[in-house]
Design a protein around this ligand. Sequence first.
Ligand SMILES: [Zn+2]
Length: 258
Amino acid sequence: MNPQETASARARRVREGHDPSVPALVHAGWATELPWLMQGTTTRGAPGNEFDLGLFSGGSPSDLVHERWTRLLAATGMRAAVHARQVHEAGVRLHGGASAGLSIVSPCDGHVTSEAGLLLAVATADCVPIFVVDPEERAVAVLHAGWRGTAAGVLERGLAVMSGDSDARGLRVHLGPAICGDCYEVGPEVFEALGEPVPSRATVLDLRDVLARRALEAGVDPSNVTVSEHCTRCTGSGLFSHRCGDRGRQVGYLGIRA
Ligand SMILES: [Zn+2]
């Protein structure tokens, strides 16, 4: 086993459980251990009445999507939510004092807050929703990472904003439901952009594995990194998948309960 495999294998696999009230997949370990957190990844919900939260993907009429965001806020008991059009870069924004309801802020791929009652959200459909928690400081971040964002360093940027002057060791990192390492075939240029060994032809890539390794390299303690077992494509988890032709989007959400 090479050192890279050793590092990423140290991250714990978790299978989030369904919370039908949202509907969402919730990290049960965090829910028990960090009860002040509000965390989850929405699912597509009931057939014929999909819980598409994509505001920029053209899957559902805008008024229906806004209605679903209102339902998400009500179900989570949060006062406000922030979301942005995502641009596959490494921009991370700090939030505080958001007005009630859903606020759309200028384009970025990560959100950070220490304000209770404020839900941070990224939209995905194969990309990785990354959840970061600082249990000591009671701060949270949610990041959106496809291969471009990963290559741009969105994880490292988010961890740096969260850890500030101290190190990243005590941060908790969860890599949520996303396309898995069996389902995500990409060209050699993607491996190259990520600084991974470059294959000669299109090959499957486990992006969460790359991210888990990067989290460890950034100093996060291996026991604090978890990786979802859910795949947007193959595990029948009821998630939207861009590669399967879905225009709908789930959201990864994270906040501090009021
Ligand atoms: Zn899969």
